[in-house]
Ligand binder design. Structure first.
Ligand code: AVJ
Length: 346
């Protein structure tokens, strides 16, 4: 089931009731296993709920990644720069609150005095927030926000002097199927130069209890986050989802190595969506699949990096190895593993 195409997820942040939103919802709700792409979570309310999730005791991902940065930021900078110690510019996919990025930028400023920071995000408000946070905390950092969808066509126009350090943290890469993740990382690589570095944050495979708790917290914030997508469709597409007739479920898919979020219909029901001029039937117990969140093994990380044109140089973990931050190097084009080679070898 390949239900979130790369374009769906990363090229699609679009306004209320846009054709993009409508067609994504139509495709998802007419599929055999109903689904909604996870980018639909992030309207204003959903973005706020996600920030709340990152502060929940059960949602260990953010806290662990933050502590990995706190402990190892200096080593990350040294490793990213390499022997010649070129000046580093930092380009970040997805802006967020930039609080983990600040830890890294602080070390970078300590090492080289000043730095250029280029946050890339589709959301203007996210960019403004990140830019302001960084500017206030670190006045010597030159912030150059790039408002863009992370697509395969867009040129990021990165500084050419020195070396670029790309950040893709927070385990956002986990929302993509491995094939889609490779597509995204290859696009990023095409914007970088050989010798440039990437810091990739990934949630690691682990026992299921902490995973289930992280995606089904006691306070019910994740349930609210999941259901917010229905609130959004009610508002933006004139849908009439009955919020109390859908239940939040988080399940571990062992075969695929991912957490999944679903919304279960607690009764047989029909939902009308005015702007699609259509109705959708739900059986009792039928679900809408709303998110995949892949969990990685160290080999899995190495594999997607290699297939995307990078080599893995170093990984930092918390004491339990629940979360990992990986330093990868952009390979020369000639040394890249091509799909054809992989197929020929298979
Ligand atoms: C922002 C994609 C990393 O998958 O853990 C949080 C989103 N979903 N709780 C994740 C999310 C449910 C989050 N990412």
């Amino acid at each position: 089931m390949n239900h979130t195409s790369l374009l769906d997820v990363i090229g699609a942040h679009s306004g209320a009731g846009s054709p993009k939103e409508a067609s994504a919802v139509l495709a998802g709700l007419t599929a055999t296993q109903k689904y909604l792409p996870s980018w639909l979570f992030y309207d204003a309310a959903g973005s706020r709920l996600f920030e709340e999730i990152t502060r929940l005791p059960e949602y260990y991902l953010t806290a662990r990644e933050h502590s990995i940065f706190s402990e190892h930021a200096a080593a990350m900078i040294v490793a990213a720069a390499g022997l010649e110690k070129p000046r580093l510019s930092v380009v970040e996919l997805g802006a967020g609150s930039a609080s983990k990025t600040l830890v890294l930028l602080r070390e970078l400023v300590a090492a080289q005095g000043q730095a250029v920071y280029l946050p890339v995000d589709v959301s203007k408000s996210a960019l403004e927030w990140a830019s302001r946070n960084v500017q206030e905390a670190l006045p010597t950092v030159e912030v150059r926000p790039i408002c863009a969808e992370i697509t395969q066509e867009k040129l990021l126009d990165l500084p050419q002097e020195g070396r670029r350090l790309a950040l893709y943290i927070g385990s956002s890469v986990g929302n993509f199927d491995p094939e889609e993740a490779v597509g995204l990382l290859r696009w990023l690589r095409s914007q970088l130069l050989p010798g440039d570095a990437l810091l990739l944050g990934t949630d690691m495979a682990k026992n299921t209890p902490p995973l289930l708790a992280a995606y089904n917290d006691a306070a019910g914030v994740t349930a609210q986050f999941n259901k917010n997508v229905l609130v959004r469709l009610n508002r933006e597409l004139g849908a009439n989802f009955a919020l109390d007739a859908f239940e939040h479920r988080a399940v571990w898919n062992k075969t695929e190595g991912r957490m999944e979020m679903h919304l279960h219909s607690t009764r047989s029901q029909t939902v009308r969506i005015d702007s699609l001029d259509r109705s959708f039937d739900f059986k009792r117990g039928e679900s809408i699949h709303t998110e995949n969140s892949y969990k990685f093994t160290p080999e899995g990380v190495e594999d997607i990096l290699l297939r995307s044109g990078y080599t893995l140089e170093q990984s930092w973990y918390d004491a339990d190895r629940w979360f990992g931050v990986h330093l990868a190097r952009v390979l020369e084009a000639e040394t890249m593993v091509e799909d054809e080679d992989e197929e020929a070898a298979a």
